[in-house]
Design a protein. Structure first.
Length: 98
């Protein structure tokens, strides 16, 4: 959720730990979901994915595409850049494909 004042959009910030303390992108998005007090099912419905897909993302089995990451940022009320900065690791399957 954001607030617009005089044409400037203000987005509330979550007090997430630095990426090194979180350990992974999956842990970061799980922390965002928990901070918004959303169940896995409610978050998945809002994002537009299945509960199992979101669970796999939180477990670090994959990374979302840009559109899904944008929807996650909107749902969790954080800037997309915040999520992107937490995605420093690349899953092994993506490394092999490159």
């Amino acid at each position: 959720m954001s607030v617009v004042i005089n044409g400037i959009e203000y987005v509330p910030r979550l007090n997430l730990k630095p990426n090194q303390e979180l350990g992974s992108f999956g842990e970061a998005i799980k922390a965002c979901r928990k901070a918004q007090k959303l169940s896995l099912e409610a978050a998945a419905a809002s994002i537009g994915c299945t509960k199992s897909h979101l669970w796999n993302l939180e477990k670090g089995n994959s990374l979302p595409g840009l559109v899904m990451a944008y929807r996650m940022a909107e749902t969790y009320g954080v800037p997309l850049l915040t999520l992107a900065l937490c995605a420093s690791e690349v899953p092994e399957t993506a490394k092999e494909a490159a």
